[in-house]
Design a protein around this ligand. Structure first.
Ligand SMILES: C[S@@+](CC[C@H](N)C(=O)[O-])C[C@H]1O[C@@H](n2cnc3c(N)ncnc32)[C@H](O)[C@@H]1O
Length: 194
């Protein structure tokens, strides 16, 4: 993460955007269940909002230093912070009622790794569970902001296609100043053709 990004992501201004604007609109009406997985929490802007809405929040962060800071902040709470790579989650199928990933997909260097994160989100969700996320859209300014850093914004139509192909239903991909999505894992696997 470059310096611009590190400063913004840990700022109170960014926390306010995520907690007062993005998450209430995106997830305020969703039933996130009891057990939620957050992918790529970074300094925890979304973690703070999510942990008040579920019984147990597991946060998987690939950066060991960021994970250690977050683990210290949430020690003794309902948040468990793990160091791990969301392309290969060390969790059984169907472990979570909900999965969230906020402002992290553009930090994943390759499209095929983004695909694996989405596939892992599907795998670890229980049938009937919900996957929710947001990210930034591509723009020249966004690229300049990320100079020297990983910057691989996901194209909204590609995201929609991937979520559908993985098997998610009731998929919404919304584009405004940012990208937001909600996708449900069906309660039953689709029946095969006769
Ligand atoms: C820009 S920060 C976003 C932090 C927070 N979710 C927010 O909305 O403010 C993206 C985070 O995703 C993490 N990340 C990137 N690739 C990851 C992966 N494969 N597995 C887990 N975390 C990852 C990065 O280390 C970084 O902390």
């Amino acid at each position: 993460m470059n310096e611009n990004h590190a400063k913004l992501c840990s700022s109170p201004e960014w926390a306010s955007v995520i907690q007062d604007e993005v998450l209430p609109e995106l997830a305020g009406e969703l039933d996130l269940g009891e057990a939620m997985l957050e992918i790529g929490p970074g300094p925890g802007a979304a973690t703070e909002w999510l942990c008040k809405r579920v019984t147990h929040l597991t946060a998987v962060e690939v950066d060991g230093d960021a994970a250690a800071k977050l683990a210290e902040r949430y020690a003794g709470t309902n948040v468990e912070v793990l160091v791990g790579d969301a392309t290969d989650l060390d969790r059984p199928d169907g472990s979570f009622d909900s999965v969230g990933c906020f402002t992290m997909l553009h930090h994943v260097p390759l499209p095929e790794l983004q695909d694996r994160i989405l596939a892992e989100a599907y795998r670890v969700l229980r049938p009937g569970g919900v996957f929710v996320g947001s990210d930034s859209l591509d723009s020249e300014g966004f690229r300049v902001f990320h100079e020297g850093d990983t910057c691989n914004p996901i194209d909204p139509p590609r995201l929609l296609g991937l979520l559908r192909r993985l098997g998610f239903g009731r998929v919404e991909v919304r584009v405004d100043w940012d990208l937001r999505f909600v996708a449900h894992k069906p309660s039953r696997e689709p029946e095969g053709e006769d």
